[in-house]
Design a protein around this ligand. Structure first.
Ligand SMILES: Cc1ncc(COP(=O)(O)O)c(C=O)c1O
Length: 407
């Protein structure tokens, strides 16, 4: 069974938008197109439910019900309990709140592990704990490849480590890290685990319950949804960390680490991501029951399509000697987020691509630490070509032809 790309694209209004015709989109790691069910739910919320939710009148009751539905259905897809999933303004914002909780929980002299492969969102907030006398240990990538070696983590773990933070997949290296293996190592050493899934989740909603981390974060605006940060906090750690919300909300796990009032409409619209996954599952004849199983089926279709489209791109750029491909050249080991270090600043090259109808980005993508660690000047940055399962083979062909002209 192959992914029906025409069916997929029919779920995204952007592909039939006249202003976007002929524009091949390759900056999906920055933010994806939004699927129709999300847009429909958002519109319905703003037109029919835009009142304070959870009050005893019909519009409000439905508003609250749709917000609850979003949390319940996304939590089920992610393989966690409904109250273990919370929504916040963004992953960066969510991480800063979490870091504040961890700051209050940890003692001076205890340690935290961070990587230099992460986007700054899962790095800076944790590194600032050093101001409180907490030891920050850096798990370093291989400067040649950007690879994060789990064996190197072993040397950083001892009884003083409370938390290990790492990415499921870096937004410039693209390599998929073995979350289950790393989590097991950290747990065996008595540490909790925080995974930044922002670059991974657009390529398949993971079964977080099975993967095992205590915290898993991603951003819905990159997973075909609204601009929200989704944050899984497993119960054991959530109960241990000090409450960051109003004192009377302390006993509600999904409120403990989201002190701001939620964006009601966007939370409600997030159920559209589950609608979209359901539509994909049903259209392709996937299993009829089990949210995790159904999502796993969809993930398999998505992954196969992405790998098939990715390998020719990796082959084409690997064959050139005027650029450096960051991360693995084997599509099976990575997400379709392909960063290229050029022999010149990347942003003007992205502008050249735009002139040929290819939408891509150049810069540091807030991955300043990994770029520096790999000897790439963040001021020159990288050209990033990133796509998802809705990308058409014709767009890959357009990209390859355009790269030939522009590079
Ligand atoms: C890997 C990664 N982590 C975290 C973030 C931050 O997410 P947000 O924009 O939701 O704060 C990004 C944003 O691009 C990212 O690519």
């Amino acid at each position: 069974m192959k992914l029906d790309i025409d069916f997929v694209r029919a779920q995204f209004p952007a592909f039939s938008e006249p202003v976007l015709q002929g524009q091949a989109f390759f900056e999906n790691a920055g933010g994806s197109y939004t699927c129709a069910p999300v847009i429909d739910r958002l519109t319905r919320y703003y037109t029919q439910r835009k009142v304070q939710p959870y009050a005893p009148y019909e519009a409000s009751r439905l508003a609250g019900e749709e917000m609850d539905e979003a949390r319940a259905r996304m939590a089920a897809i992610l393989g966690v309990e409904t109250d273990e999933l919370s929504f916040g303004p963004s992953t960066t914002q969510n991480t800063y709140v979490l870091a504040q909780a961890v700051r209050q929980w940890m003692q001076p002299g205890e340690a935290i592990v961070v990587t230099n492969q992460d986007h700054e969102a899962n790095s800076g907030p944790w590194r600032r704990l050093a101001d409180e006398g907490i030891e920050v240990r850096e798990w370093k990538i291989d400067p040649a490849t950007g690879h994060l070696n789990p064996e190197d983590l072993e040397d950083l773990l001892d009884e003083s480590v409370r938390l290990v933070c790492f990415p499921h997949c870096s937004n410039v290296v693209g390599e998929i890290n073995p979350v289950t293996e790393i989590t097991a190592m950290a747990h065996a050493a008595g540490a909790f685990v925080c995974v930044d899934g922002v670059s991974f989740a657009p390529h398949g909603f993971p079964d977080v319950g099975a993967l095992g981390p205590d915290i898993y974060l991603f951003s819905a605006y990159k997973t075909f949804g609204p601009h929200q940060g989704l944050m899984v906090i497993r119960r054991a750690l959530g109960a241990l960390l000090p409450n960051q919300a109003h004192y009377f909300n302390a006993d509600t796990l999904y409120k403990r680490f989201t002190p701001a009032g939620p964006d009601h409409a966007q939370v409600a619209a997030s159920a559209g991501m589950a609608d979209y996954y359901d539509a994909l599952c049903d259209h392709h004849g996937g299993p009829g029951t089990g949210a995790v199983e159904r999502a796993g089926f969809v993930n398999g279709l998505i992954r196969a399509h992405e790998v098939e489209l990715l390998q020719p791109l990796l082959d084409a750029v690997s064959a050139r000697n005027d650029l450096r491909l960051i991360g693995p050249s084997d599509a099976a080991r990575r997400a379709p987020t392909v960063a290229l270090a050029l022999n010149r600043p990347a942003e003007p090259v992205a502008a050249d691509l735009a002139a040929h109808g290819v939408m891509a980005g150049g810069g540091d993508f807030y991955a300043v630490r990994p770029l520096q660690a790999m000897g790439v000047d963040p001021a020159q940055g990288v050209l990033r070509l990133s796509f998802t399962h809705y990308t058409h083979p014709d767009e890959i062909a357009q990209l390859l032809t355009t790269l030939e002209k522009v590079l």
